[in-house]
Ligand binder design. Sequence first.
Ligand code: ADP
Length: 499
Amino acid sequence: MSNYLLALDQGTTSSRCIIFHRDGTIVSKVQREFSQIFPREGWVEHDATEIWATQMGVAVEAILQSGIDASEIAALGITNQRETVVVWEKESGKPICNAIVWQCRRTAEYCDGLKAEGLESEVRARTGLLIDPYFSATKLRWILDHVEGAQKRAEKGELLFGTIDSWLIYQLTGGKVHAIDPSNASRTMLFNIHTMQWDEEMLRLFNIPACMLPKVLPSSGVFGYTLPHLFGKSLPIAGVAGDQQAALFGQSCFAVGDAKNTYGTGGFLLMNTGDRAVTPGQGLLTSVGWQIGNEVNYVLEGSVFVCGAVIQWLRDGLGLIKNAAESEKLAMKVSDSAGVYLVPAFVGLGAPYWDAYARGGIQGLTRGVTKAHIVRAALESMAYQTHDVLTAMQKEATLPLTSLRVDGGASANNFLLQFQSDILNIPLLRPACVETTAWGAATLAGLAVGTFESKEELTREWRADREFLPQMEDAAREKLLGGWRRAVQRNLRWAESEE
Ligand code: ADP
């Protein structure tokens, strides 16, 4: 019996591999960082060959460390940084240039032009996305325009496009399979989330030859088999999802209205909207969560630009704390923030404010305010911003939120999670298995090859490490939220008045 699942977790700064036992325990975990390439201000690239090499390296090492035989691995799952674009030669499998990373802003002006042409609502209706350099389409257009001969070669069928999942699948199968899953496809701005096919209008708009696109296959299902020499045994690649969707799946958020928040550098909130693709307002996005068989699950997504990063700033910018964990101890030293609000609008504010000119501020300072109050206000700002996005989501989805599952580095902070539960007035659940992203990829793969019978089995086996229950009086919550709203208002359009 093959009781193990191997997950490749290809992130923005590192390639990781985790081998899980089917009961969710981690047998081995190996991680390797790779180069971040910044050719100009605001540009971010990766070397796709280095991504492949580090990803293979960690996978082989994880198998060795685990002490298990490759024949005991039932299947391989892939989860990946989303939107990043790779273009490679069909024949040689070699990339024609560096991968353009989701963070790269090089197509900002191009996107402004598309918005000025009034294309926003059409793009939104077809793809569920906003026009922004973040998504793959304009980056792919850039490569076809700037690498010599690329457009012609693509039209002749010599070049292939893929997000990181497609790139890894192509390499793992020795060029036999060129495929993508719908959760990744739905972040390209070329995919119609309603028909679940590449969108002809979008391909025309961006002048993308259809022959270079990967085949869209369900997130849970056999995509292909790894070359036998890679791991000593040919493994089925049986589960694929973009990192945020994989985390939602790994948190067993299978029911309509289930939601998770990842408290990382930024905050990523996803809500399962079932078979309904909500056309969102308020700067939220609609994407495919996953597809299993013919069943498509949609999600509503919102993000907080500066989440755990505010704690990094307290540490590195202000020197108020030595490490992130110290923030919890300091915050607990005081009974409240003494009326202080910290609005970490360092790069403007996202949903539901969408103000690129907002800047950070600390309001309500008095002589009695100490370091502990400021640190506490910083942690509270993570909870307030999450509250604002979730409130917008509930409105758009017309779904009540009954509980929230949490993960990411800052979810280790018990003060933060208790305050978050109080402010949202709902229970928060922190899972026993914190590797939710990799577990999501592993379980998508496990479902496809029969390691698990159904999602219900995964729901039954999902374990919380700790539950946080709301303890705050309504009046106290309203007062705090009122103060937050006033503080945010003071910071909106701040940089605009400079000009
Ligand atoms: P990412 O994957 O986005 O790089 P992680 O999920 O590893 O991020 O989380 C790292 C972030 O969490 C950092 O911004 C850090 O400041 C914050 N963080 C880590 N531990 C804590 C803690 N105990 N309390 C508050 N914030 C924390």
